[in-house]
Design a protein around this ligand. Structure first.
Ligand code: NAD
Length: 476
């Protein structure tokens, strides 16, 4: 059977030069595609073409909006085939992948709406003595060439969160998708072409981060980098790109707190299991990782959590009733196994799961954990939830904050005062009341503090990041 081979896309043409990297089905291990590694010369041409396009081709807000809306419609029409393509290259379940396509449709639609609302504001410059005969206002202008570098775990929606707002704002993009999951993204690139995006507004280069990614970082014609991925690479990007704009969406070890006055703890236990173990196979930066449960409800809650975890079906992600598929690679599954084993050797107790089979890791709940164990203080990125009992709310807030990360935190409570205290005292980019740390709407501002990154996503906020505010002063 012939498999698709993807090259770099430059100005609408495909460049098939460079060695190839195979892409595998993460469940069957079968080779499903190949990508050509972009050399420094190919990367240079992709950036030059994007810059030329940005400077010479202008699309009106209505045209940009129309293209993005058409793309949203095509994504929706092809949902089933796109979802299945994602299942194969990422290993996430079909249920989960359908949600990702729906969310990408939303991200494109919201970006299309935002394309028509980009505006500056009036500046009351006459408020300063001597400026009475001047008028001032700002306009928002696109930054130019935006480079988007994306991770493996949500390849479609996380890429949509970069390219749709970039196009809405009038920028040209050079995209480098994760080398292990580039296939479905290429379908999205074709959809944008089909929706009428002129060549050069979205160029794509493939390859390894240390090679192709590095060539991009070194290209001074790129005005802004928008990155989602690991902390180490984020730090490297920030230190390599000098005074250019950078937004970084990085990892976390997200806490969720279930207080004794939380309502419907059965539903909360199910949600925590779903969002910590099953969704993205636990490979999400806002996955429920540190789950603090008040002592008064702890035993009942944990029993329900374990029951839900034990009912989860681990297996072929293409099957409708599968809850957990394989992790992205055997190496990652071995890392998760090693971290859990290390915690157990230091006194942690496995309540369910705790076993690896090739690239699969069983849904796992552990307790008796300590803050300095890797499963607690580092980003776990697998189907494992740590449960920690507490009785002192000050202690639990301090524990939640005692992290080098700060992406999102969840708190379940029916006490408004406590909820509002959490809003101000929990040190995170987002605080979710009566929801898990994993909640994300594609409309809202999303992004972390500390090692979880800088800058916000969500189309309106990304457009702010991807435009410059230019001041205009008119002497009358
Ligand atoms: P990764 O950092 O290994 O790779 C991400 C991308 O960066 C890939 O395209 C890779 O090729 C590229 N890259 C790697 N080295 C590079 C270099 N030296 N220069 C330029 N580019 C380079 O991340 P991953 O394993 O694909 O994804 C998992 C990580 O992503 C986790 O840490 C997770 O928390 C994070 N993540 C964050 C969010 C968020 O919104 N905050 C969302 C999803 C994933």
């Amino acid at each position: 059977m012939t498999i698709p081979v993807f090259g770099s896309i430059i100005g609408g043409e495909t460049d098939f030069t460079g060695d190839t990297i195979p892409v595998y089905n993460k469940f069957s291990g079968e080779r499903i595609a190949e990508i050509h590694k972009a050399s420094r010369e190919v990367v240079g041409r992709a950036v030059a073409n994007a810059l030329h396009t940005f400077r010479t081709v202008k699309l009106s807000p209505v045209e940009r909006s129309g293209i993005l809306l058409k793309a949203a419609q095509l994504l929706k029409e092809r949902k089933e085939q796109l979802a299945m393509s994602l299942v194969r290259e990422v290993g996430r379940t079909i249920k989960d992948c359908r949600v990702e396509i729906d969310r990408a449709v939303a991200t494109f639609t919201i970006s299309a709406e935002e394309a028509k609302r980009i505006a500056g504001h009036c500046v009351p410059i006459a408020a300063q003595q001597g400026n009475e005969n001047k008028l001032a206002f700002t306009v928002r202008v696109p930054v130019g060439v935006v480079c988007a570098i994306t991770p493996f775990n949500n390849p479609i929606n996380l890429t949509a969160h970069k390219i749709a707002p970039a196009i809405a704002a009038g920028n040209a993009v050079v995209l480098k998708p994760a080398e292990v999951t580039p296939v479905t993204v290429m379908a999205m690139v074709s959809i944008l072409q089909e929706a009428g995006l002129p060549p050069g507004f979205l160029n794509v280069v493939h390859g390894l981060g240390q090679e192709t990614g590095q060539y991009l970082l070194e290209d001074e014609r790129i005005a802004m980098f928008t990155f989602t991925g690991s902390v180490g690479v984020g730090r490297h990007i920030k230190s390599t790109t000098g005074i250019r704009k950078v937004t970084l969406e990085l990892g976390s070890n997200s806490p969720t707190i279930v207080h004794r006055d939380a309502l419907n703890i059965g539903e909360i236990a199910e949600l925590c299991a779903l969002r910590g173990l099953s969704a993205t196979n636990g490979q999400a930066c806002i996955s429920v990782q540190r789950l603090y449960v008040h002592k008064d409800i702890h035993d009942e809650f944990v029993a329900m959590l374990v029951r839900t975890a034990e009912r989860m079906k681990v297996g072929n992600p293409e099957e409708e009733d599968t809850d957990i598929g394989p992790l992205i690679s055997e190496k990652e599954a071995m890392r998760v196994e090693a971290w859990v084993n290390e915690a157990v050797a230091a006194g942690a107790k496995v309540l369910c799961g705790g076993k690896r089979d090739g690239t699969f890791y069983q849904p796992t709940i552990i307790t008796d954990v300590k803050p300095d164990m890797k499963v607690m203080c580092q980003e776990l990125f697998g189907p494992v939830v740590n449960v920690i009992p507490y009785d002192d709310i000050d202690w639990v807030f301090a524990q939640a904050n005692d992290s080098k990360f700060g992406l999102q935190a969840g708190l379940f409570t029916s006490n408004l005062q406590l909820a509002m205290r959490a809003v101000y005292e929990l040190e995170f980019g987002g605080v979710l009341i009566n929801d898990v740390s994993t909640f994300r709407s594609d409309v809202m501002p999303y992004g972390g503090i500390k090692n979880s990154g800088i800058g916000k996503e969500g189309p309106r906020y990304t457009i702010e990041e991807m435009t410059d505010e230019r001041i205009v002063v008119i002497k009358m």
